[in-house]
Design a protein around this ligand. Sequence first.
Ligand code: GAP
Length: 483
Amino acid sequence: MDMDKLVSLCRRRGFLFQSSEIYGGLNGFWDYGPLGVELKRNIKEAWWRDMVTAHNELARPPGAPSTYEMVGLDCSIIMHPQVWKVSGHYDLFHDMMVDCRECQGRWRADHLQSGECPRKPSKRPGEFEKCQLTEPREFNLMFKTIVGAMGGEEDTAFLRPETAQGIFVNFKNVTDSTRVKIPFGIAQIGKSFRNEITPRNFTFRSREFEQMEIEFFCHPNSSRKWYEYWRDRRMAWYTGLGLAEGRLRLRDHAADELSHYSTGTGDIEYAFPFLAEGEFGELEGVAHRGDFDLRSHMEGKLDPKTNPLTVELGPDGKPLYKGSGRDLTYRDEVSNEHFTPHVIEPSAGADRATLAFLCEAYHEDQAPNDKGDMQTRTVMKFHPRVAPVKAAVFPLVKKDGMPEAAKEIYTALKRRWVVFYDEKGAVGRRYRRQDEAGTPYCITVDGQTLQDGTVTIRDRDTLEQWRVKSADVVEEIARRVGG
Ligand code: GAP
């Protein structure tokens, strides 16, 4: 698939725009247009529904070690700065950066091999004779901001680089305010910010993006089994919504890539079309995090290189970054066992998922135009659950009572879904516009409607058309798109 064609369709049809485009744009920031916002909302809603609200805590899902509960949170983006000191982000969340003194270009050190020299694009940075690259140096990815009016260093706060920490620091609030018992998960969807050195590949690596994260708290003895469950469960979620198995892979980190406190981390990866043949890009990470996070927020920043994990000490022999001192352990009411829960973290990117669904959906095929001649059509084959518009309603012509009948159907559908009404231009062109938007069903009111009360429904993918009674359209669409 040609990525340039998808990028151009996204702009032309209102899926995605560059942020602040009229001022030349801002690198790494994107705006979702009228179709894009519906697509991304549908993806987030599908995730929330499938992971949280529709989860039945009374039934053990296939592959799960036991039943479990799920609840949600919506935490603030700016948190107490100590959160990031204790979590390790303040000291350790950096990439190595290289600058060129000659052209002022800037790259991630590990991206030099895929970058290009601005002065000589046929060469890699550093390969052109005039390049003057600096030594790699650390660059912290957290955006700083100021809280309050004084604006001093002590007022510095950070935009969260992940939603996960909001969940860890609320662990006790959730267990105290609800009746959830381990094992249970806390889910959150929200914005995260990273000052990426080289944002690129459309929305894949952005500076502002949304995450869909679950922190799943379980007993240490069963954590490995829960890790396996979540890895498989999350993989199945993507295929269930239409990502082709052949373009997805689950890459388990090798033993030497794992922190010693983790017994497993796997990345769910997708063969994005902007990557070289055979390469995959991360959609979601599923990590076994042991008790690292809850312990850190109790005791202080843990040094991940220590084994067993110990609190990193400052020059005065005290914790370098103090934890909250609050008790984040858990007591099992049945066994009376007291322990620090282990955490499994399925962490997905809503924008990366949206990009993967856009890439997967893009198709070109041959379809007849109004005169019956075959033409190339561009069609976005979204799964009906994520399709931005579920159905479009057309009167064949703007007379003979057809618009009135079509508007009645449109109004009935609109109570439940995002639908589109269009009476302008040739019907074939109206179909094409909906194909590009990824609308699964088009409903046409024609001469026969006025005689026998039936309309045609056209399937976006097969182009099959069939007639149903106007009064049955809502039920027919509900059966096909759900909801
Ligand atoms: N709490 C764990 C965590 O944040 P991560 O692998 O750094 O882990 C999780 O991020 C997911 O967030 C990634 O798999 C990706 O989908 C998304 N993500 C991370 N950085 C991103 C960026 N710069 N732009 C878009 N999505 C990003």
